[in-house]
Design a protein around this ligand. Structure first.
Ligand code: PGA
Length: 251
């Protein structure tokens, strides 16, 4: 990992968790307190219903929290949606945007993701902008072109103070137990780094690029050691404190 980038280990609880799950955060806080200080920023992105109560438990333990989506507008007549200032008000510091499940389930395109990212930045949140190819796109040799296109259209031009993070999440690796080879991850992260530097110069060199897709305690050490992998976006393995703590400890 590049020395100057503080690694980020982000848990994405997706549509999982009720108030009973808050015990898992108390357990994670206990595990973190019992060991050496983590060598990374630790982030949990729970469902919006848990953001405020989870932040109340997480914040004193140094665990940051984030949302899983936001609307491009700050407020208004948008039933069922959540504005970025609302996430910030509930304690969020980050928001995941353009996750492949939202791109698939809600037909979100990169232009929409870009406007959501701009809204997040406007509310003082750091967007974690997700990109990644499908299995068919990888098989046809199109993975790098797809990711480059998503990246160019999803990342806003101006992100000043709160910064951004990018998550490379091959769609076929999410929740499947499959992961790309270390060489494939290294190649894609290097491509993303080059594109960020070409567009943003030194600021692009400082953007954390997270790997996501079946990151587990058993593979975290190897994957997190790959050049330009500056942390992880963790789904299933973030739901249990022991597993998530093992990934944090692998940094
Ligand atoms: P996974 O999910 O770790 O369960 O594969 C990753 C993600 O979708 O962020």
């Amino acid at each position: 990992m590049a020395d100057k980038i503080t690694p980020l280990i982000a848990g994405n609880w997706k549509m999982n968790g009720t108030s009973a799950s808050l015990a898992e955060i108390a357990r994670l806080a206990g595990l973190l307190a019992a060991g050496p200080p983590p060598r990374c920023t630790v982030l949990i992105c729970p469902p919006a219903t848990l953001l405020a109560p989870l932040t109340a438990i997480a914040a004193p333990a140094g665990i940051l929290t984030g949302g899983q989506d936001c609307h491009p507008r700050p407020s208004g007549a948008h039933t069922g949606d959540i504005g970025a200032p609302m996430l910030a008000d509930a304690g969020a510091r980050y928001v995941i945007l353009g996750h492949s499940e939202r791109r698939a389930d809600h037909a979100e395109g990169s232009e929409l993701v870009c406007s959501k990212a701009a809204a997040a930045i406007g509310a003082g949140l750091t967007p974690i902008i997700c990109v990644g190819e499908t299995e068919a796109e990888r098989r046809s040799g199109d993975a790098e072109r797809v990711v480059a296109t998503q990246l160019a259209a999803s990342v806003p031009g101006d992100w000043g103070g709160c910064g951004i993070a990018v998550a490379y999440e091959p769609v076929w690796a999410i929740g499947t137990g499959l992961t790309p080879t270390a060489a494939d991850i290294a190649r894609m992260h290097a491509t993303i780094r080059q594109l960020l530097e070409a567009r943003f110069g030194a600021a692009g060199a400082g953007v954390p690029i997270l790997y996501g897709g079946s990151l587990k305690p058993g593979n975290a050490r190897d994957i997190l050691a790959i050049e330009n992998v500056n942390g992880g976006l963790v789904g299933g393995a973030s739901l249990l404190a022991n597993d998530f703590h093992a990934i944090i400890s692998a940094v």
